[in-house]
Design a protein around this ligand. Structure first.
Ligand code: NAD
Length: 355
């Protein structure tokens, strides 16, 4: 056994079907009685339903969450927190909604109940990325981590098929990077591998029949396992590339993860053989990076940065930005290899260096 360090994260998880009915009790268990419900405009109806269920524990609804947690939206929501004298935040939605609750909690230390409806995994991490002036910066801290997660499988049935796929691949990316991160440890590696296994089994079934509750349940469990991995273990080249591309070229979050993942895996494969062997086992492929690329293709995920709107002449700029402010990575970051990685991702060709 290699030496390791492990910092367990606190947090309560309620997982099941119909658990939305337990949110009020969870708010009360946190000692709160004036919860602000947060959603996107698209999920306003879910937010209104939850506010209704909270009864005398619900203070109001803020339905203005958007992707990448812009600071001006957080400031706007903070005014509502103050006006309502809210003592708890209840986020119902994907990573964008949960990101807004985290940004408010960072400023107020209010307790949070996260009710996730995608597979992004943000609810299980003490990380928030916030955007100001077109630049997204990420920070970690104990105030950011939601106190309670209520997973209700029924809320994920409506997740559109394309988002089901890319959000699931986003979760898998957390597990893959957790397996080869500097903070990797045996406990989290077990969870990461099982998260990948669960999602790889569940995503094709969810695509085939979005109302397959068993598939949705396995996918949501997998996303929790992968989210915990991201929360405890660190990020590396894959996340760095995605943050750079998302922030600088305004590329959509989970779709960018889907395109980049097999390429980042191929880049790191020779320097992370044990992690790759675990992923290959979990996805039942001979080669992890090729297997991931084929899986994404089979699921109908976008395969190229070009189709997401990345300008071809942006590759050099992205390489420059990754090198200027790198994350730790198992393979050394080399300008030429990074350019080739991004070219392959841009055109949607096979990952370079994969077996
Ligand atoms: P999202 O939250 O932006 O959701 C995408 C769209 O789908 C939204 O319009 C949303 O309202 C809708 N939606 C969500 N669930 C739905 C459902 N079940 N049925 C119907 N519509 C639904 O997408 P996302 O990929 O979950 O989140 C992306 C954001 O999360 C990014 O800003 C990213 O940086 C952040 N994120 C953060 C972390 C972290 O640990 N800090 C981890 C992953 C993602």
């Amino acid at each position: 056994m290699q030496p390791f360090e492990y910092n367990a994260l606190p947090g309560r998880v309620v997982f099941g079907r119909g658990t939305i009915g337990q949110v009020k009790a969870e708010v009360e268990a946190l000692g709160a009685s004036r919860a602000l419900v947060i959603t996107t405009a698209q999920q306003q109806a879910s937010g209104a339903d939850l506010l209704d269920r909270l009864g005398n524990c619900g203070a109001g609804l803020y339905a203005g969450a958007v992707m990448h947690t812009p600071i001006d939206v957080t400031e706007d929501a903070m005014q509502q927190v103050a006006a309502l004298d809210a003592d708890c935040l209840v986020a119902v939605g994907g990573g964008s909604t949960i990101g807004l609750a985290k940004a408010i909690a960072l400023r107020t230390d209010l307790p949070q109940v996260a009710v996730p409806t995608t597979y992004a995994g943000s609810e299980a991490t003490p990380i928030v990325g916030q955007t100001e002036g077109g630049i997204k910066t990420t920070q970690r801290g104990p105030k950011i981590l939601p106190e309670t997660i209520v997973y209700d499988v029924d809320l994920t049935i409506t997740l559109p098929v394309d988002l089901t796929v890319t959000s699931g691949l986003n979760a898998i990316a957390h597990a893959v990077e957790g397996l080869y991160s500097r903070e990797a440890n045996p406990m989290i590696s077990l969870l990461a591998q099982d998260g990948v296994r669960a999602l790889v089994s569940a995503l094709p079934r969810s695509v085939e029949n979005p109302e397959d509750v068993d598939a949705r349940s396995d996918a949501l469990y997998g996303s929790w396992a992968c989210g915990v991995t991201l929360g405890v273990a660190g990020m590396a080249l894959h996340h760095k590339l995605c943050h750079t591309l998302g922030g600088t070229f305004d590329l959509p979050h989970s779709q960018t993860h889907s395109v980049i993942l097999p390429h980042a895996m191929a880049y790191n494969a020779a320097h992370a053989p044990e992690a790759m062997a675990r992923v290959a086992r979990a996805i039942r492929a001979d080669d992890a990076a090729t297997g991931m690329w084929e899986l994404a293709k089979k699921l109908g995920a976008p395969m190229s940065l070009a189709e997401l709107g990345m300008p071809g002449d942006g590759i050099d700029r992205a390489v420059e930005m990754v090198l200027a402010n790198p994350y730790w990575n198992p393979a050394p970051l080399e300008e030429n290899r990074l350019r080739k990685l991004l070219e392959a991702a841009h055109f949607g060709s096979q990952p370079i260096g994969a077996a």
